[in-house]
Write a protein that binds this ligand. Structure first.
Ligand code: NAD
Length: 368
């Protein structure tokens, strides 16, 4: 593989896979190439102690292969923590397909990818993510049983985004409870960054409860839609991070909490759906804690989607998925308490609990 290295770290230059911080003890990485369909994909299996590695397939027009590899490693590691903290018998995995989903994706390419998933005999189970759809999962289902997120007509759990949004809402209310002494969001101001599948449903919950919602998106028409449908307000200032709001909800991109933004943030709670919101987990998590900003870890509160697709594996209903997702409220509160008792960041607290669970299961598995 011709890896174009853009990362300046010397170690990573010398060890582009095992030397990556995000490699973090991955069990297996599979490079998939098919010259007939143009498929170039990478499947990352981070950890299978708790169960098969489940995580979506992202199709993205990466600048180079290095960026794709880094993304899949980071995301699959995150899935291990997400499933463990949520109490699911699943490991962590993720896949990326390199290409523009609007221009390059073909049914043949998706089927071929499904064959690669099938070749792993269930060690990895896929689902949709950015750039892939329920329709793609239905197609993959034609060649492998190791796929979730298939349509309800085909016996699947359908679109996971509304369930994800419900979990984010629960996590936000728990964080508000911790920070403001009440989980009532009536009158609280919330800035929602990203009015996509998750953002929109979240906005509907927030408006129903009487929160004042400001929205920001790169697409003006989407924001205007939120104004018309839910009475949200468009955030018109240039710098969204210094917005004078109670709650900031990142529902678009990762790494928005970084060196350039972190000292500008005036919100007292951060709770959103985007994966990997902290650019550098330890550094930025710590600064948030020092600044007294209550951060609800993303991988904990955005787990509604995986709770929903897990129902396809263990056969539970949508109602059960919503009930389990509601429990994100309790887990989030526990994480805040745990972080305070140990004087550590909420990110670290959630990761530690997840790691303890994995270690415990490892011992149980070994004793069998
Ligand atoms: P989506 O693609 O439907 O929506 C994302 C929205 O963000 C779009 O409206 C897009 O225009 C907007 N956006 C992109 N760049 C932006 C920017 N710089 N500033 C403001 N807005 C911007 O995605 P989604 O399914 O709603 O997911 C949102 C986030 O949550 C993603 O990061 C995703 O990885 C994460 N997530 C989603 C789920 C799920 O079930 N959909 C589950 C877990 C995590």
């Amino acid at each position: 593989m011709n890896i174009e290295i853009t990362n300046p770290a010397e170690l990573q230059k010398m060890n582009p896979v095992f030397g990556q911080v995000s490699f973090d003890n991955h069990e297996q990485i599979v490079f998939c190439h098919d010259k007939y369909t143009g498929l170039k994909a990478i499947i990352g299996i981070h950890n299978t102690v708790m169960g098969p590695a489940l995580g979506g397939t992202r199709m993205w027009n990466y600048a180079n292969e290095w960026e794709a590899l880094n993304d899949v490693l980071r995301l699959s590691r995150g899935m291990t923590y997400k499933s463990a903290i949520t109490g699911l018998n699943l490991g962590g995995g993720k896949a990326v397909i390199i290409g523009d989903s609007k221009l390059d994706k073909t049914p043949e390419m998706i089927s071929k990818f499904g064959e690669y998933v099938n070749s792993l005999s269930g060690r990895y189970i896929t689902a949709e993510d950015v750039g892939t759809t329920t329709e793609d999962m239905d197609r993959i289902h034609e060649v492998t049983p190791f796929v979730t997120g298939i349509s309800e007509e085909k016996g699947g759990s359908g679109n996971p985004s509304p369930v994800t949004a419900y979990g984010v809402y629960m996590g936000m209310k728990a964080a508000a409870n911790y920070q403001f002494g009440t989980d009532n969001l009536e009158g609280k101001s919330v800035l929602v960054q990203g009015t996509g599948h998750v953002g929109e449903t979240l906005i509907s919950y927030l408006r129903k409860e009487g929160a004042e919602v400001y929205v920001t998106d790169i697409h003006r028409d989407k924001m205007e839609n939120m104004v018309v449908k839910y009475g949200a307000k468009i955030y018109e200032e240039n710098d969204i991070y210094s917005a004078n709001v109670d709650i900031y909800s990142p529902c678009a991109l990762g790494a928005t909490i970084n060196d350039n933004t972190i000292y500008k943030i005036r919100a007292k709670v951060i709770a959103g759906a985007a994966n990997n919101q902290l650019a550098v987990e330890e550094v930025h998590g710590k600064i948030l804690r020092e600044r007294g900003i209550a951060y609800a870890p993303d991988f904990l509160i955005n787990a509604g989607g995986i709770i929903n697709v897990y129902g396809e594996i263990v056969k539970y209903s949508k109602e059960e998925a919503m009930r389990r997702t509601e429990n994100i409220y309790n887990t989030t509160l526990e994480i805040f308490k745990h972080a305070d008792s140990k004087n550590i960041t909420t990110q670290l607290a959630a990761m530690q609990i997840a790691e303890e669970r994995i270690e415990k299961r490892k011992k149980e598995n070994a004793a069998k």
